[in-house]
Design a protein around this ligand. Structure first.
Ligand code: SAH
Ligand code: SF4
Ligand code: F3S
Length: 440
């Protein structure tokens, strides 16, 4: 019996698909390379923007055809989209061929649901309750070695006015520090070299445990584990990034000098209406402090254009901030209206062509910054964790520097899973090219 998982959305979802795969493999299913060969197809969904939803619904059409040809095919849907209000009735009326719908906090019920549907093909399982319990003891089929993801906090309490995540992922819910630490230790013992701690806002880690646990405390604990490995984390909400977190990065050589610090906008008025709870000035001061405490740090961000009421001046403020902050890269998005969020009904929705113009300008501005930072790296040697072979070129591999830059490099042995020193020879905008050099 074969399974196939379609994953949409963020790292959190990609990691959750590893849990889904783990459960299905425990049941005896094996992964297959093509959807048409599957006995069960899982859609692990995302609804952060309308484009994400359109992609999923578009794909559903193909799956419907597979189901028409194979009545025994089981189709399951889980992830953020299933938690939206009213989605259950939409699925029942428009997508009746879906057998199982689970929410974001009860994917551990998948084996039970699959068994029920297998026992009675007319049975359907629809259970979208989130955060029924932790998912800590689930089997995992990891696919990203030498990298691994570890959840540290689920949910979000921030309610940024544009964002659907708190509505579909529930409130913040931290894992116990001892559980996180033992998972990280076990991954290192298994040979994983880079571990990314995941949370919508990792800086809130521990607050809900009410036992003094903090994110900085967790970083110091994990940073003290012996061995050669890297720790990254994402995302950091700027309003909660404290000096002790920056100090923990500075004091632990295994914690990467790399921070993803989503700014969203460079305009105070927009930030206020987004409910981000920091100002442009405070954010820029934070960047200055990070750069003074962490030499060669790589800072990345998320930025949105076309938030309701965003004026040309607000947008220009964002471009100006991008030039000042010197991000090594930025994920840039066009604001998308999400039903159930306050921004949905705000006045001054920006017309689509204008949003398009703004995002093009934003991408161009960031690209100029990235190009300049990349050019500065040429001629220098960086330690790179080799992640994969580059399929396009022989004897070429790709990996990341400590500060998060992607590097393609030539190497005369297969270095995948190892740290190698790479001399950067050429910078083509975002991508860096180089060759492995021998250590002195
Ligand atoms: N928790 C993370 C981000 C999660 S969503 C954080 O706060 O940093 C990833 C990114 O998607 C956000 O940072 C934001 O830039 C973008 N995003 C969220 N809602 C959006 C919407 N309605 N339209 C467009 N982009 C959105
Ligand atoms: Fe969404 Fe804001 Fe929470 Fe991030 S912090 S998930 S943008 S509500
Ligand atoms: Fe999407 Fe949910 Fe992640 S809405 S971005 S998959 S938390």
């Amino acid at each position: 019996m074969n399974y196939y998982i379609n994953t949409y959305g963020c790292q959190m979802n990609i990691h959750e698909s590893e849990k889904i795969a783990g459960m299905l493999e425990d049941m005896g299913y094996i992964p297959c390379a093509e959807e048409k060969d599957a006995d069960i197809i899982v859609f692990n969904t995302c609804c952060i923007r309308e484009t994400a939803e359109q992609k999923i619904y578009g794909h559903m059409g193909t799956t419907k055809k597979l189901k028409q040809n194979n009545k025994d095919l089981i189709i399951a849907m889980c992830g953020c989209m299933t938690q939206q209000e009213g989605i259950q009735s939409t699925i029942k009326s428009k997508y009746p061929y879906i057998d199982i719908v689970l929410g974001t906090g009860n994917i551990s019920m998948l084996p039970q649901a699959v068994n029920r549907v297998r026992a009675n093909r007319k049975d359907k399982v629809f259970d979208e309750n989130y955060l029924k319990g932790t998912e800590d003891s689930m089997p995992l089929a990891r696919t990203s070695a030498p990298n691994a993801w570890v959840n540290i906090i689920y949910g979000c309490n921030n309610f940024c006015s544009y964002c659907i995540v708190p509505h579909v992922r529930g409130r913040e819910h931290s894992r116990k520090m001892s559980d996180v630490v033992s998972e990280v230790k076990s991954l290192i013992a298994q040979g994983y070299k880079e571990i990314t701690l995941l949370g919508q806002n990792v800086n809130s880690y521990g607050h809900d445990l009410n036992d003094g646990t903090t994110f900085a405390g967790l970083l110091n604990e994990i940073g003290a584990i012996p061995g050669k490995f890297r720790i990254r984390f994402m995302s950091s909400h700027p309003k909660d990034l404290t000096d002790d977190v920056i100090a923990a990065i500075a004091n632990n050589k295994n914690i990467c000098n790399n921070i993803h610090l989503p700014v969203q906008s460079g305009s105070d008025d927009v930030l206020r209406r987004m409910n981000r709870r920091y100002t442009r000035q405070r954010y820029l001061e934070q960047i200055k402090k990070i750069r003074s405490m962490l030499p060669d740090v790589g800072i990345t961000t998320d930025i949105m254009v076309g938030f309701p009421g965003e004026t040309e001046q607000d947008f220009q403020d964002t471009l100006d901030l991008v030039r000042q902050a010197e991000y090594s890269s930025a994920f840039c998005f066009i604001y998308s209206r999400r039903k159930g969020t306050p921004a949905y009904s705000m006045e001054g929705q920006v017309p689509y062509p204008e949003k398009q113009r703004r995002i093009q300008l934003l991408l161009k501005t960031q690209n100029e910054v990235t190009k300049r930072l990349s050019a500065e790296m040429v001629g220098k040697v960086y330690e790179v964790l080799a992640e994969d072979a580059n399929p396009k070129y022989p004897d070429t591999y790709c990996g990341r520097t400590e500060n998060g830059r992607l590097v393609n490099f030539r190497c005369d042995f297969n270095p995948v899973g190892q740290f190698v020193d790479v001399l950067i020879e050429q910078a083509r905008s975002a991508t860096l090219w180089g060759r492995a050099v021998k250590e002195d």
